[in-house]
Design a binder for this molecule. Structure first.
Ligand SMILES: [Zn+2]
Length: 396
């Protein structure tokens, strides 16, 4: 009798993956072509044939118009977290094109120490005026709790606030142009550089990440007043001010690795050890990124290292087998920040797991996901920096 040959090379057994990278069929809006290649892999091929010089010319035209129109006002709004993209955006806008942006930050109030350093280093090194909004601790905690049952993710307040606050500032300060970082065609799995499916508009962040409008978050514990900071300016307001946004990654060839090398060397940007991945440079400003990615794993069977390994495969840095080994090691680890999350939201781990079980992707329903526990993690590593700072001074 012939032995059945399995073509399974890694990942979760029973789940379809892109034949080139490691994106699974459980991703939002993923589709594969006849060869079983995902949209992001197709997009990474588009990237090679795009005339980037031509794209940069388009960018120059846009910023020239913005500069001309802005007169004595800021030339554009620059939404920043202090992450790697922030430095790259600021480098292009300030150093390369001589613009005067107004930097804006929606703080999720989960900043790490290195995140605070990076944000303030960015403001200093690019000499930026800055406007920041930080929701109150108790509000963050209750929105984070609601976020789990509402969207199966810990971070509604952040997804929503990073979209709303820069638009509020743009309309309030009459600065029509917003300049974002990475293109949605880079690694989102939904669109391609040659035919982007989603472009930036008023509802961009509601569509790509927040999923629910602020009014949908209102319940007996969350008031209309609570969600006011997350409300988007009206369509009429946006149209009357001519507010529009672009992603700098649609105009300049995007290469995470090279950009990180450059900003570290040139501007002193700092990376750090991250939960749930082998890379040290994505969402370094947030203590909760491990929880966010772990919830994605519980829901869809993949976390941060899947995203990053897929990019590395496309760039020839990792083989597919190496990628699946890293994914198996990192995506499956329970994050150290979970304890803080449970404590501050008042949820038990069983409550959380129960909700996530209901949110689990239908392709994963009968699959038991592997979960690893790392007992070496220290609790204090996962406290937001300002909480740590306050505790330290109260003790002294
Ligand atoms: Zn792929």
């Amino acid at each position: 009798m012939k032995k059945k040959v399995s073509n399974f090379t890694g990942g979760i057994k029973g789940i379809r993956y892109c034949n080139r990278c490691c994106f699974p069929a459980t991703m939002d809006d993923i589709s594969f072509d006849k060869l079983g290649i995902c949209k992001s892999c197709q997009s990474s091929e588009d990237k090679m044939s795009i005339d980037w010089k031509q794209r940069e010319k388009k960018f120059r035209k846009l910023v020239d118009i913005a500069k001309k129109k802005s007169k004595s006002n800021y030339d554009c709004v620059l939404p920043i977290s202090g992450g790697k993209d922030s430095f790259f955006q600021a480098h292009i806008l300030v150093k390369k094109y001589g613009l005067k942006p107004l930097a804006v930050t929606f703080s999720h109030n989960w900043y790490t120490e290195v995140g605070v350093y990076n944000l303030h280093r960015c403001l200093e090194v690019f000499n930026l005026d800055h406007n920041q909004f930080t929701p109150a601790r108790k509000l963050v905690n209750k929105l984070a709790k609601k976020s789990i049952s509402a969207i199966g993710d810990s971070c509604w307040h952040c997804h929503s606030g990073v979209g709303a606050f820069p638009l509020q500032i743009a309309t309030k300060f009459n600065i029509p142009l917003l300049v974002w970082g990475e293109s949605v065609s880079e690694n989102d799995g939904r669109g391609r550089y040659s035919s982007p499916k989603i472009k930036f508009d008023r509802d961009y962040f509601t569509k790509v990440s927040a999923k629910l409008t602020p009014n949908k978050m209102v319940d007996k514990n969350i008031s209309k007043k609570d969600v006011q900071p997350f409300q988007l300016p009206s369509k009429e307001e946006i149209n009357s001010k001519g507010v529009f946004g672009i992603h700098i990654g649609d105009y300049f060839f995007w290469d995470d690795e090279r950009q990180v090398e450059f900003i570290k060397k040139e501007y002193g940007w700092k990376e750090t050890k991250m939960e749930g991945t082998y890379k040290r440079y994505k969402s370094v400003e947030c203590v909760m990124s491990g929880v966010h990615d772990y919830l994605c794993y519980l829901k869809r069977g993949f976390g941060r290292s899947t995203w990053q390994a897929a990019v590395d495969i496309r760039n020839g840095i990792l083989s597919r087998d190496e990628a699946f080994n890293l994914i198996d090691h990192f995506d499956t680890e329970k994050p150290g920040a979970l304890e803080y999350f449970l404590k501050t939201t008042g949820m038990s781990e069983n409550d959380l797991i129960g909700i996530m079980r209901k949110k689990k992707h239908k392709l994963l329903k009968s699959i038991k996901l592997k979960i690893k526990i790392n007992k070496k993690k220290k609790k204090e590593d996962f406290l937001p920096f300002y909480e740590k700072l306050i505790k330290k001074h109260l003790r002294s």
